[in-house]
Design a protein around this ligand. Structure first.
Ligand SMILES: [Zn+2]
Length: 461
């Protein structure tokens, strides 16, 4: 549990003061630094909000890899509002804003910040992840396989740039393509290198992120997988490319899942959780019900939201909050406002007969039954449990069938809320899970958030 909390603490999001999109989070920077000298690769996902293969792959780098040599900086959610709204770009195509941009543009400050990151002295390689249409081929084959398509390609702006290392970008890209082409599900998925020859007069490509990087002497590549695939397969191919680039850059890493389309799908879905108010509330929303009612939010206070991975976001909407994972709408939370009582952080429970101290914000696995050990002045409410004449549900041994299924957090009716109150104040929540699978979070070492992006984070580290 401690590990989970550490990770949460480092993944705080701030609902930045961007006049255009109050309520919506801005992008986050995750600096995965090994402490061992080596190259720094900057990976950017989500520049266009409707390309989930790229931004899910970037997010998995943050949550499911451990970097052992060199550094990987990841921005998994560059155009976060467009990701949430499933739009290519709410304010137009962000990947055409890297040449000239008026400072009245609603994304001006986002572009300024990401440019600063790209030209940071420490960055050696820049990778921008996309999902493109069809399958790029050097010659016309048919409607979906031709030079006008973008899927399954590595995009370069020119053959070479003049830098000390990795300036031979054409050669690098071809090497990566032939490496990945040994790991295809089908020959149709083969990767090719597409050189846009941007400086020869491609005015559209001259406005892109990678060309900005090239002009600033940073080797940069656009990585494209095909929109013809489901998300997990796109992310699989992205991760193949990312690992091949990390190999070339001498980055050493561990990956905490099997690299296959199925393994990627499982990894994307196994870590969709968030905490509120210093983990007094903690919810697993990977399979949440459409609505979660009467959630005890803190009265007259900002919502302190801490997601378990960089694609989980909460957006206020009228009298409720909508929760997203990338493009997916997960649930809508209806708060009920309470003053908070901070007098205790734990409760004692009997889980299947054995006594344990449980922190608020924990998910407890139960086989048969649980009981909250009574404590003077504290009242327990097991949401969905009712016994006539009983207002305090501590001291009662409760089985799964004693709780009404429709009050569960998850759609399958296995995860329930146990809430503790002191007089009229909310003290904390624990989840009990009657799921036979243990609830685990796989995660890498804590990462560093960029101080520039998240200046208020320093005080919690
Ligand atoms: Zn794109």
């Amino acid at each position: 549990m401690k590990k989970i909390l550490v990770i949460f603490n480092l993944c705080l999001f701030f609902y930045a003061a961007c006049a255009c999109a109050k309520n919506y989070p801005v992008f986050s920077v995750h600096k995965l630094e090994s402490g061992r000298h080596g190259n720094t690769v900057l990976v950017i996902g989500g520049i266009q909000g409707d390309e989930p293969g790229g931004f899910n792959a970037a997010s998995l780098l943050v949550t499911h890899y451990n970097i052992r040599k060199g550094n990987v900086w990841v921005v998994p959610n560059l155009n976060f509002i467009s990701i949430i709204k499933r739009s290519r770009g709410v304010y137009g195509d962000m990947n055409r804003k890297f040449a000239a941009l008026q400072n009245s543009d609603p994304e001006f400050s986002i572009i300024k910040k990401i440019k600063e990151l790209i030209i940071d002295d420490q960055v050696d390689l820049v990778l921008n992840l996309h999902d493109g249409s069809g399958f790029y081929r050097h010659a016309y084959i048919d409607r979906m396989h031709n030079p006008g398509r973008w899927g399954q390609s590595i995009i370069i702006d020119q053959e070479e740039i003049h830098t000390e290392h990795h300036g031979n970008i054409g050669e690098i890209a071809r090497g990566i393509a032939s490496d990945i082409n040994r790991h295809l599900y089908s020959m149709e998925h083969a990767f090719h290198v597409k050189n846009t020859r941007t400086c020869k007069g491609d005015l559209e490509m001259a406005k892109t992120l990678t060309y900005f990087a090239i002009c600033n002497e940073k080797p940069a590549f656009g990585l494209e997988t095909s929109k013809s695939f489901p998300t997990a397969k796109r992310s699989y191919y992205h991760l193949r490319m990312l690992e091949a680039f990390m190999d070339i850059a001498g980055i050493e890493y561990d990956r905490h899942f099997q690299l296959s389309a199925r393994g990627v799908k499982r990894a994307i879905n196994d870590n969709i959780k968030f905490a509120l108010y210093d983990s007094r509330i903690f919810l697993d929303v990977g399979n949440a019900r459409e609505r979660l009612g009467y959630m005890p939010f803190k009265k007259d206070s900002e919502v302190e939201f801490v997601p378990s991975n960089p694609l989980v976001a909460m957006v206020s909407s009228g009298n409720s909050y909508r929760v997203f994972h990338g493009n997916r709408r997960l649930t809508r939370i209806y708060p009920e406002y309470f003053e908070y009582d901070l007098s205790i952080d734990t409760i004692t429970m009997q889980i299947d007969g054995s006594e344990k101290i449980i922190n608020f914000g924990q998910i407890v696995d139960v086989n048969d039954s649980f009981l909250v050990v009574p404590q003077k002045d504290y009242r327990v409410n097991v949401i969905g449990y009712k016994k006539k004449g009983v207002a305090n549900e501590s001291g009662i041994n409760i089985c799964k069938n004693d709780i009404q299924k429709r009050f569960s957090v998850d759609k399958r009716g296995r995860i329930f809320r146990v809430e503790v109150y002191r007089e009229k104040k909310f003290t904390g929540m624990v989840l009990v899970s009657f799921d036979s699978k243990p609830a685990t979070i796989t995660a890498s070492k804590p990462w560093k958030l960029s101080q520039a992006e998240h200046s208020h984070v320093s005080d919690i580290r």
